[in-house]
Design a protein. Structure first.
Length: 88
């Protein structure tokens, strides 16, 4: 599963299901081969807050494990970098 295909599908998902958010970053959840279909997404809401979802499943086209009302992108990065929330 390629990253560019997942990025396109993530954008489509947000346009349909979360139109008040704009994707600002997507990255792989881990470097494990078994996790090649898993990604994390950070997005900015129209009101200025950020959110992070630590599991986009490309196989199922689902978005889970959201963290909301985040004040800045740096905090999103900390959540995505945290092994408990993001990587295995």
């Amino acid at each position: 599963m390629g990253f560019s295909e997942a990025a396109i599908n993530i954008e489509k998902y947000f346009k349909e299901h979360l139109p008040s958010y704009e994707v600002v970053e997507a990255r792989r959840k881990s470097g494990h081969v078994e996790d090649a279909h898993l990604f994390m997404v950070a997005a900015r809401k129209d009101s200025g807050e950020y959110a992070v979802w630590t599991c986009w499943n490309e196989k199922l086209q689902t978005l889970n494990h959201g963290h909301y009302d985040i004040g800045d992108l740096e905090t999103c990065h900390k959540i995505m970098d945290d092994p408990y929330h993001g990587k295995r």
